[in-house]
Design a protein around this ligand. Structure first.
Ligand SMILES: NC(=O)c1ccc[n+]([C@@H]2O[C@H](COP(=O)([O-])OP(=O)(O)OC[C@H]3O[C@@H](n4cnc5c(N)ncnc54)[C@H](OP(=O)(O)O)[C@@H]3O)[C@@H](O)[C@H]2O)c1
Length: 280
């Protein structure tokens, strides 16, 4: 028999403080919910909008109805802007003094034909999906090192996309700069894993395929609707909230503490198949 230390806690997050960008809806909200259910002490979600049915406040209210001891709080910030990132980090420094888990999830996309692409769209996508993550992690290092140890490192999890490892959409619905930004996010994560590993911070990439969300729903429709995308997927379905919960809790918990610099695609294997994409 093998002797495991704390096997019962392998997938638990008791006592942990997490920051999740883009936590007000979609994949970020799935991660926030999973962290609280796994025992996290506090989950801080950030997004730009505080009010409304897609805003931070409604998400915090829903998260705080979970039957758990941990709490959710929200801080409005634009994580594409360095001043706002600094303000967010300063606020957390004052209130918590540390971050154990940082999920860089907020992302933007833009789609359309190649030649008329407005320059602002490329800037928006690169500023949030690449430069913003670089600056957020850079400025959060003091908070990430505060509670980190060799046995229990702090975690950075970058939410990229399988669009970062293939060429998903060209032509009328082309997403070239999004795909480029996500390829950069994958490689940023590997660089951060090397830079920060010796400081007891791991960095890994989660690359989702299609999950219904505000960001993805328009493209899902343009590509023929969710039944079509299900038919094209080797697992015959789209992503579900539990798929994000599983990979996030794995990477954030003791179970994932020796994983560093890895990319995990969460897409049912769709990125390996030429399938429908070859016909575009
Ligand atoms: N859903 C998919 O199929 C899919 C597939 C592959 C990859 N992804 C990636 O997964 C991540 C989450 O996507 P999602 O589908 O969950 O999108 P979503 O439902 O549209 O949620 C995006 C979140 O990011 C926030 N956000 C957007 N711009 C921001 C900014 N500048 N600063 C701070 N927060 C910002 C949004 O809130 P505010 O608008 O209030 O700021 C919202 O909370 C993205 O990185 C995306 O590229 C998604």
């Amino acid at each position: 028999m093998s002797e495991f230390k704390n096997y019962d806690c392998l997938f638990r997050l008791d006592g942990k403080i997490a920051l999740i960008t883009g936590g007000s809806r979609g994949l970020g909200l799935h991660a926030a919910t999973a962290f609280l259910l796994a025992g996290a002490e506090k989950v801080i979600i950030t997004a730009r909008k505080r009010e409304g049915e897609q805003g931070i406040d409604q998400a915090v209210e829903r998260l705080n109805k979970l039957p758990v001891a941990g709490k959710a709080v929200g801080i409005a910030a634009n994580v594409a802007q360095t001043d706002d990132i600094q303000r967010l980090v300063d606020e957390i420094k004052k209130s918590e003094g540390r971050i154990d888990i940082l999920v860089a999830n907020a992302g933007a996309t833009w789609g359309g034909p190649f030649e008329p692409t407005p320059d602002w769209s490329s800037q928006k996508v690169l500023d949030l999906n690449v430069r913003g993550i670089f600056n957020l992690v850079r400025l959060a290092v003091p908070l990430l090192t505060a509670g980190a140890t060799r046995e229990d490192p702090s975690r950075v999890i970058i939410v990229s996309s399988t669009a970062g490892i293939n060429v998903p959409h060209i032509g009328d619905n082309g997403t070239i700069m999004y795909s480029v930004s996500k390829a950069a996010a994958h490689h940023l994560s590997r660089n951060l894993a090397m830079e920060l590993g010796p400081r007891n911070i791991t960095c890994n990439t989660v690359a989702p395929g299609f999950f219904p969300s505000k960001l993805a729903n328009g493209l899902i429709e343009l590509l023929g609707g969710d039944q079509q995308l299900r038919d094209d997927n080797p697992r015959k379905r789209l992503g579900e909230p539990e798929d994000i919960a599983g990979v996030m809790v794995y990477l954030a918990s003791a179970a994932g503490s020796y994983i560093n610099g890895e990319d995990i695609s969460v897409d049912g294997g769709a990125h390996l198949s030429a399938g429908r994409l070859a016909k575009i």
